[in-house]
Design a protein around this ligand. Sequence first.
Ligand SMILES: N[C@@H](CCC(=O)N[C@@H](CS)C(=O)NCC(=O)O)C(=O)O
Length: 264
Amino acid sequence: MSASKPHKAAMDDVVKGRFVRKPSAFRHKISSEPGARFAPEPNRYRLYVSLACPWAHRCLITRALKGLDEILPVTVVHHYMGSEGWRFVTKDEENIPERCEPEPLFGFKKIRELYFHAEPEYDGRFTVPVLWDTKHNTIVNNESSEIIVMLNGLFNDYAKNPHINLYPDTMQEQINEVAESFYNSFNNGVYRCGFAKTQEAYNEAFSELFGRLDILEEHLSKSRYLVGNSLTLADIRLFVTLIRFDAVYVLHFKNEQEAHHGLP
Ligand SMILES: N[C@@H](CCC(=O)N[C@@H](CS)C(=O)NCC(=O)O)C(=O)O
């Protein structure tokens, strides 16, 4: 049965010593078009996250800023990733970390079970965030950069802060362009350093990472935001990596040229 397939973790995605992240597999879109399979309805969807995960953190920030807490429930996995990936706490275990709860829809023990429920032959990684649809019992999307666009724009009828627009029509192209410019070197760059299997791959990722940090530093020393004069999804996409830089990546992924806490 598929749930017993060998586990695929990020560390396995290494080609010639270099960590190469595979694209996320579930890329459906919630849409307000009439007849859409995934319509924007309150309390129909659920977000599965790890509080340790920067990609999931993007979704939590967007959900909080838009005020979607009452219409988009969240389930937090245990922060320790075991040999079969993220797991849910069980109601009888001791020392349940704050905000973690047992999986409420199916009583699943692990995130991988959601993936196999959605796609029995699923053959990819079992990542968070997961945006789950309780109507069709499937994964809508597991790509944070797309989930945040949906959370920003499609639930305004139910959001506490519908007036906050983190992805204005006129700025979308620029937001995407800027966010793409630091994705591989920075957001993914910390992993490329951490998971590099050769010195050459590590050096390459390291120099791109700190090269990008310099460019970001230069921009943010003159402007509070990455695009325009207000907070956008580009800032959120950057922030989740920046905020972990000193605390996590410098030690954990050996990204240690200089700590950035002195930078803006
Ligand atoms: N492209 C995904 C990446 C998500 C991702 O890599 N999440 C990590 C946690 S930080 C994960 O769940 N990894 C599990 C694994 O590799 O087994 C996104 O941006 O949503």
